[in-house]
Each structure stands twice: as structure tokens, then as C-alpha cells.
Design a protein. Structure first.
Ligand code: WTA
Length: 676
């Protein structure tokens, strides 16, 4: 079984007990129109064809200059793809489509309030708006290639426009999920040393127009305290020409984008011919320490990989209306709302609000209205929609050919509801396993080639060659059904290049564990360690069991337990903190926070509330603990280590196993009593 190095049992063991499910075949109508139907693709992408096989993905793009070397391995594990090539991501997602598709919708924007009209932005209009915004960033903000900009924007088309404007200039964007707090945004401004913060005044969520600008003020102040002073804060308006936030603007620092833009009307900005290996963006994610890490993604390799997987795994054709309900603030949104679909000239839906607002029929009304035929979401959203409106999909006349699930394991029963009720037996499902670090999918069935199997992601996608190791570094026999730590044997173009400003951590966290020879310049000696447990069934499909490090997957969103613990430790009274995952019917997992207080202090509701507030302030509401339990003492080993395993057992009403070796076994019953 997958265990972390401290000997604590991983959180995902229940999934291993799911039984093997029967195959479900793709409808023939789907296969007849699919982009990828030839099983020979797996020969073309076999390990002995590596790395040249990935030319097939790079050829989906327009290059200003073709690359000289497909893969440079001279400085492992800092792989370099398509070296010598020059390319621009904005050009590939916008300009190159104009000739054929200028009148086609690039982005359908669906506001949360149902009475507001849907906006349909054509490729021509996207071209104009991206150019004008790029001119503003260049000439008003003085930004150029290599500069960093932090975006803290909600789900609006201006977010995609801003990203593409940055990409046009070679400016590295770092979008922070809008649900993260001002403090969390400020931390990311500091780490990336951003010169400019771009935000929006307000947005709708659950029927309320939220003041979002107030978070920018917190971010600015926090960054300044840490020695990084933002030069400007740009504020898009949810309703252009009308300021919708209560928080006032700061003279000389904050600028309303729609006030400045008129100066740049009709301006065109030549796309900068970027070296393929220059970074396109940073995406911060949680890991084993309290500090989020900036995953640095490349321009050429990343774009090639998301274009290839969008075409072959998502089966996107330019004619399709594609809706990924994730947030652009996560990697899924970057790769599979913005860069992948737009590189293929698809029409991509951007929905502002909650899937269940005002009721669980909303997604299906949107699908019907826009005639969406590819749908992409997470198990958490599927579970929530199923609970709130199990019969809703049947009421609406939409037809999906293809559906995706991503972010967490999906229970077979939930998978079946997705397939039978949402997909109306007409759609294929791909269960895609991957991570912020990876850029794009790692494991999935190829929808017209492999049958689906509920509860399993599938084999490695073309060009991805997984391997499972046990804790001692030995390979677990392929197709044995035994769990271990999943790794990828080979590099791939979508992989992140490093952790921003922390190359040592990059090597240590992802490559050191299973590296065969530190001095080797052969990629074969450097498997990528994903930090997930997995098993491979006899048919070659992988089932992902969950994180083996200190990461909790809440509603498919990655949170570091250490981040939540650090936030609670900021409350003066708190002496020690431990976060463990508790199973949740809808969200998959939620964080339970256990704290002990400094000597002589007493628990109170007021204190519990302050602890909770501290977590929300430091990280954001998504990290709010489901319970804050103030305990008399943490269960500890004799060497003083907090036994999170025991706390997790209490949170999940399970047997804590042998606790006789604890220094204080008596607290276990006491805490269990408190938790009731
Ligand atoms: C988990 C999201 C099971 C996994 C794209 C991984 C999954 C973490 C799946 C990454 C899946 C993602 N089945 N588990 N199909 N997809 N995961 O970085 O534990 O937000 O390590 O990237 O989500 O989360 P991240």
C-alpha cells in the first residue's frame, strides 16, 4: 500500500477496495467522428520513438522558427523541449484562426445572473481586444518579455483576454484563483516579484455581487510589507463604465482598465517571437511545505502538449462547443478552457458562477442554450448536481458527445449517473489524471480506442509511460493490481520546467526519490515522481488512489495541510496544529483542524472562530476547516511527533489501530469523545 515516508497510511485507501467494473463502450456515432481512432498511435508514441514522436503535437502549432533539438537533456532534470524554436501562444490561439474562423465564437461568456445576456466573442473581436490590452500592458504599464504580472480575476472573458495579452508580449502571467484571499495573493505577488496586479471590481457568486477589489488592497499591503511594491493595480469592471465595488480606488496606483483602454483603440501589437523554452506562466500550487510553489510552464512545449491532448483526448474539433466548468484560476482552466481549446479554434464557454445557482438545472440550461457538445467537470461538481437535482438533465434538450472528469477519483456510482443521466448514454467519458505540474493529461482512455471503465483513469495517454515503484525503489510488476507510487518514466513537453526561484525543491520533490544515477544525463535515469498512489490492473488501466504527501484534495482543489496549519498557528493562543482529511460525501475530502493551546488557556467558541477566520484570511474560504477541534493534547509518538494517522481515524470514525506505542494513548478516547 502507498505510504508516505513517515509511515502514515495514505488517505486514499478506500479507493483500492472498489471492485473492478465492467467496460462501457463508446457509442459508434462518437467513434465515427473522432479525431483519433487509429491504435497505431501507441506505436508512434512508443518509448523507442521518444522524444521525436512529440513532433506530431508541435506540428499542430504555427512556429515562427522551427526547433533545432526536440529534447535537450544536458542539465537533468531540467528538460528543454523544442530548443531553438520560436513561437507565440497568443498568435496560435488567436491570429492564426482569423483567416478561416474570424466570425466564429471563441468565447461564450455566461454571466451568473440568468437575466443577463450571454456574450459571444468572435475570434476577430478576441483579436482586437487582446491587441488593445497588450498595447495597454506594454505602453501604459511598461511591461515587456520576462516581466511577471499577478492576475487575481474571476471567471470572466477579460481573464482569458489578459492572459493572451500577456502571452503576446512574453510577459509571464500568474493567475491566482479568485477565491483565494488577498493575503494569499500578496504572497504570490512577492514570490513572483510581480510589477503589476490585475484584478476586477466585482463578480457574481451564488447570487451576490462580491466586492473583489478589497482583496487587491490587502494583496498590495501584504506585498509591500514583504518588500515588493506593485507599480500599478489594474481594475477591470464587471460592468464597463460602472464601478461595482465599495472599496475606493487609490489615486495614482489603481487604474480602471476601461478608462485607459480608449487610448489604445485600434492598436496592434506584434506577437513577440518567444524562444520555445521561455516561460508562459506560473501557477502556484500546494505542496509539502507551508509555502505554495510557483510551477513554471514553458511556451512551446506546454502549448504543443495542451493542443495535442485537447485534440485527441478531448476530441475537440473547431465546430464543437466546448464547456469546461473548472475555474481558469486552476491549471485545468489554463490548459483546457483557454490555451488548448483556443489553439484548436474551438468555441470555449466561460461561466461566471456556481453550477447550482439558482438551481441544479442551470448547467443543463446553459448546455441547451449554447448547444454544448463537450462537457468537462470534476467529481465534486457531479456529486453536487446529482444530489441537488438527479432528474434535472432529462428535462433539457442538449446532447453531449464527450464528457471529462478530472481532479479526484470518481466513485463508480457517480460515474454511472454522469454517464446515464448527464450523458444520456450518448457521450463517452474520459477520466483524466494529471496535476498542476504536468501541464496536461497523463492517464486517460483515448475515447474512440479504449473502452471506458468506471473508477479507473486508463492507460498512459500517447507518449506517457507510467511506472509504479514501491517505497524501496523497486518496480511493482506491471498489471499486478498492487498499489505503489506512480511515476512517469519519460519527460513530456507539457511538464513544468522548475519551481520558480526554487530549483532545488524541484529536484528534491519530484526527481530525487527514484533517480537512478544523479550524474546521468539520460532521461531514463530520472523518473518523475507524482506524489500519488496508484495501481495498474491486468488490462493496463491505472486507478489513482490519491496523494501520498501532505496535500488534501478538497472538491478537487489542492490544499496543503501545512498551509492550513501555519495559518492557524498565527492565532496567539494556538500551540500546535494538525490538519487531516475527513471524507465528505460531496467534496470528497474536507480538512479537519485539530489544535492544542498554550498552557493555561481554555477552549471557547470565540477562539474557534478566530482560528477559522485566520485560515480564511490567510488562504481563502475554500480552505475553511469543516471542524476546528481544540484538544487537551495532540496524540504523539514518544519522540514527540504528532500522529496525524490517529487524528484521521477519529475524523473518519475509524479504528485508530495500535495506539499503545503513543506517549499519551489516553488522549485518543478523550478526543474521540470531543469530536462526537
Ligand atoms: C488528483 C488537477 C484521481 C491527484 C488537474 C493529483 C486525480 C491531484 C485525478 C492534482 C483523477 C487529479 N483521478 N485523482 N482523474 N486527477 N487527481 O494539481 O491526487 O489541482 O495529484 O491538478 O489531483 O491536483 P491539481
Amino acid at each position: 500500500m502507498a505510504q508516505d515516508r513517515t509511515g502514515e497510511v495514505s488517505e486514499a485507501e478506500i479507493a483500492v477496495h472498489w471492485r473492478e467494473e465492467a467496460y462501457v463502450r463508446a457509442p459508434s456515432l462518437f467513434i465515427a467522428q473522432a479525431n483519433l481512432t487509429d491504435p497505431a498511435v501507441f506505436d508512434r508514441f512508443a518509448l523507442d520513438k521518444f522524444p521525436e514522436c512529440f513532433k506530431e503535437y508541435a506540428d499542430l502549432l504555427d512556429w515562427h522558427k522551427t526547433w533545432d533539438v526536440t529534447l535537450d537533456t544536458s542539465h537533468p532534470p531540467f528538460w528543454k523541449w523544442f530548443v531553438g524554436g520560436r513561437i507565440n501562444a497568443s498568435y496560435n490561439c488567436v491570429d492564426r484562426h482569423l483567416q478561416k474562423y474570424k466570425n466564429k465564437t471563441a468565447i461564450h461568456f455566461v454571466p451568473e445572473p440568468e437575466h443577463e445576456a450571454i456574450q459571444h466573442i468572435t475570434y476577430q473581436e478576441l483579436f482586437i481586444r487582446v491587441n488593445e490590452t497588450a498595447a495597454l500592458l506594454r505602453d501604459f504599464c511598461g511591461l515587456s518579455k520576462g516581466d511577471r504580472v499577478t492576475l487575481h480575476m474571476p471567471m470572466v472573458p477579460e481573464l482569458a483576454i489578459t492572459m493572451l495579452a500577456c502571452a503576446r508580449l512574453g510577459v509571464i502571467h500568474s493567475q491566482v484563483f479568485s477565491g483565494f484571499s488577498g493575503k494569499a495573493t500578496g504572497d504570490r505577488v512577492v514570490d513572483s516579484e510581480s510589477r503589476v496586479l490585475i484584478t476586477m471590481d466585482a463578480y457574481y457568486r451564488g447570487g451576490q455581487l462580491l466586492d473583489h477589489k478589497e482583496k487587491a488592497d490587502v494583496a498590495f499591503d501584504e506585498a509591500k510589507k514583504a518588500g515588493v511594491t506593485l507599480e500599478k493595480v489594474l481594475v477591470w469592471q464587471r460592468y464597463p463604465g460602472r464601478y461595482s465595488a465599495k472599496t475606493p480606488l487609490v489615486e495614482g496606483r489603481d487604474f480602471i482598465v476601461s478608462d485607459v483602454l480608449p487610448v489604445f483603440r485600434r492598436r496592434r501589437v506584434d506577437p513577440v517571437k518567444m524562444p520555445a523554452e521561455d516561460p508562459l506562466f506560473l501557477m502556484y500550487t500546494s505542496g509539502t511545505t507551508g509555502k505554495p510553489k510557483g510551477c513554471q510552464h514553458s511556451t512551446g512545449g506546454y502549448l504543443a502538449y495542451v493542443a495535442g491532448t485537447s485534440k485527441y483526448i478531448q476530441d475537440i474539433h473547431p465546430e464543437d462547443v466546448y464547456w469546461c466548468m473548472a475555474d481558469i484560476g486552476w491549471i485545468t482552466g489554463h490548459s483546457y478552457i483557454v490555451y488548448g481549446p483556443l489553439a484548436l479554434a474551438a468555441s470555449s464557454v466561460v461561466y461566471e458562477g456556481l453550477p447550482t445557482y439558482p438551481d441544479a438545472g442551470r448547467p443543463w440550461r446553459i448546455a441547451e442554450e449554447l448547444d454544448v457538445n463537450i462537457f468537462h467537470t470534476s467529481p465534486t461538481a457531479i456529486r453536487a448536481l446529482r444530489r441537488a437535482g438527479p432528474d434535472e438533465p432529462a428535462k433539457y434538450h442538449y446532447h453531449f458527445k464527450h464528457m471529462t472528469t478530472v481532479g479526484e477519483p470518481i466513485e463508480p456510482a457517480v460515474w454511472r449517473w454522469y454517464h446515464d443521466v448527464v450523458g444520456k448514454h450518448e457521450a463517452v467519458i474520459v477520466d483524466t489524471w494529471w496535476q498542476t505540474e504536468n501541464g496536461g493529461f497523463l492517464c486517460s482512455t483515448v475515447p474512440a480506442i479504449h473502452p471506458m471503465k468506471p473508477g479507473s483513469a486508463g492507460p498512459g495517454v500517447p507518449g506517457i509511460h507510467p511506472i509504479i515503484y514501491n517505497d524501496d525503489g523497486h518496480e511493482i510488476p506491471p498489471r499486478s493490481g498492487h498499489a505503489g507510487n506512480i511515476c512517469i518514466q519519460n519527460p513530456w513537453p507539457g511538464t513544468f520546467q522548475t519551481i520558480w526561484k526554487d530549483p532545488d525543491r524541484f529536484v528534491e520533490q519530484y526527481y530525487e526519490r527514484y533517480c537512478k544515477d544523479r550524474n546521468s544525463k539520460d532521461w531514463r535515469d530520472w523518473p518523475y515522481f507524482a506524489n500519488d498512489g496508484a495501481l495498474q490492473a491486468a488490462d493496463g488501466y491505472y486507478r489513482i488512489l490519491g496523494r501520498i504527501d501532505d496535500v488534501i484534495n478538497v472538491s478537487g482543489h489542492r490544499l496543503g495541510t501545512k498551509e492550513i496549519e501555519s495559518a492557524s498557528l498565527l492565532v496567539e493562543e494556538v500551540s500546535e496544529a494538525a490538519v487531516v482529511p475527513a471524507r465528505d460525501e460531496i467534496k470528497g475530502k474536507t480538512p479537519d483542524l485539530y489544535v492544542s493551546l498554550k498552557p493555561g488557556l481554555r477552549a471557547s467558541d470565540e477562539l474557534r472562530k478566530r482560528i477559522e477566520d485566520s485560515v480564511v484570511r490567510e488562504i481563502g474560504a475554500i480552505a475553511r476547516p469543516s471542524h476546528v477541534v481544540i484538544v487537551p493534547d495532540m496524540p504523539k509518538t514518544r519522540s514527540g511527533k504528532i500522529m496525524r494517522r490517529v487524528l484521521a481515524a477519529i475524523s473518519n470514525n475509524e479504528d485508530a489501530g495500535d495506539i499503545s506505542t503513543l506517549a499519551n494513548p489516553e488522549v485518543v478516547a478523550e478526543i474521540r469523545q470531543m469530536k462526537r
